[in-house]
Ligand binder design. Structure first.
Ligand SMILES: [Zn+2]
Length: 390
């Protein structure tokens, strides 16, 4: 309990002035990284371990960090820098940058700013934590989520969504000593990317802004790629009905990359799937009649021989882009024609991009996709009191 209080104490301290404070991100979280290569790119760093060792790292240094048994071993280019259980690498100046590249397993190299902390994860791998200014984190997530070719008003809406999401899930990795991981489990974070100017401007212009519901609580700012023309009630995808995540007609869905799609399913695979989910098929039937399905507006289920088949099960099983599809049987296969990409709840990214191209503001975009919400600075929300009362 005391530990929990201290933890929340730290978070409240960190986020009282959220936009100018730091967030801790678990890097390469879904992998079991055992060897990591650190290289300074700009500026000098101090490396310290929990055994009192301290060393300056600069220029052409390369640091190899390896998990050996229950200790972390550090090697410079030609010298061993001790065994320990925890190391910290701190920039001498704030505009410093370094690269990290897991060597075992071999993974993609990324560049990062801020502080780095490495310890031993209970699951026999390195815990790699990047502590970085919160708003820089938001900018990186926005770029990872939506690329560099959208309009500034779109980036503003995505900045507010990513910020709201991060703060709403700030205790998600409490047990691992960081706030959020860098994977789709939380939000994809790839460190320093192109440092796109429109994204930087959008994040700065919306600094500290979050989306709240009518009780001034942070919302679950769900989003997806393309709605196919209708967004979806939250309870149709997850169990909870959120008053601000209501399905509605979306006129901005058409003529985008993910507006329309098609796929095929082998009839044999489909019949096997029916059997697996307990759908009883008549002894003699025409697939052409029994499996034909059309949904002019979004539905949750299709009916096969009088039994309900949830469309989200079909989507999961056959890895379809959305649940908004029709089925036309043709000989030994089913032709699937679909609309939209993703779960359909909340904001459509392609719709929001189109709205921005049409000259709509980020307020109009957020107001269109989330029902009855407010935009406010994080300091005005009930966020801090909610944390205190836990
Ligand atoms: Zn996570």
């Amino acid at each position: 309990m005391i530990q929990r209080l201290i933890f929340f104490g730290l978070i409240i301290f960190s986020f009282q002035y959220a936009s100018s404070q730091d967030i801790r991100i678990g890097l390469y979280h879904k992998f079991d990284v055992k060897t990591l290569v650190f290289k300074p790119l700009h500026g000098a760093y101090y490396l310290e371990n929990d055994q009192g060792y301290k060393e300056k790292i600069k220029g052409n240094d390369v640091i190899y960090i390896t998990l050996v048994g229950n200790q972390i071993s550090i090697w410079g280019i030609e010298k061993h820098m001790g065994l320990s259980h925890r190391i910290a690498i701190t920039p001498k100046r704030s505009n410093s940058m370094y690269s990290l590249e897991p060597a075992f397993p071999a993974l993609k190299k990324h560049r990062y700013e801020g502080h780095l902390e490495i310890s031993i994860h209970p699951e026999d791998k390195l815990t790699i934590i990047n502590q970085i200014a919160f708003e820089k984190y938001v900018a990186s997530v926005v770029e990872a989520e939506s690329g560099t070719r959208a309009r500034e008003e779109y980036y503003k809406s995505q900045s507010i969504i990513s910020r709201t999401y991060a703060l709403n899930h700030i205790d998600r990795h409490e047990n691992e000593n960081f706030n959020l991981c860098d994977d789709v489990h939380c939000q994809v974070y790839k460190g320093v990317q192109t440092e796109n100017k429109a994204i930087r401007t959008a994040v700065e212009a919306t600094k500290g802004l979050v989306i709240t519901d009518e009780n001034r609580q942070l919302i679950t700012a769900a989003f997806h790629s393309n709605s196919g023309g209708f967004t979806v009630n939250s309870e149709d995808v997850w169990s909870a009905a959120m008053p601000y995540l209501r399905g509605k007609k979306d006129p901005y869905w058409a003529d985008q990359h993910n507006s329309l799609w098609s796929d095929t399913i082998a009839l044999a695979d489909w019949v096997q799937f029916m059997d697996r989910i307990g759908i009883k098929l008549p002894e003699n039937y025409y697939p052409n009649v029994l499996f034909r399905f059309n949904q002019p507006t979004r539905q949750r289920n299709m009916t096969v021989a009088g039994q309900l088949v949830p469309l989200k099960h079909v989507r999961n099983e056959f890895k379809l882009k959305s649940t908004f599809f029709s089925i036309t049987p043709e000989k030994d296969k089913l032709i699937i024609k679909g609309r939209g990409y993703g779960h359909g709840v909340g904001l459509s990214q392609e719709g929001a991009m189109k709205m921005a191209r049409m000259g709509k503001t980020y307020e109009e975009i957020i107001d269109f996709y989330y029902y009855n919400v407010n935009l406010m600075n994080i300091d005005s929300t009930t966020y801090l009191t909610r944390l205190l009362s836990q």
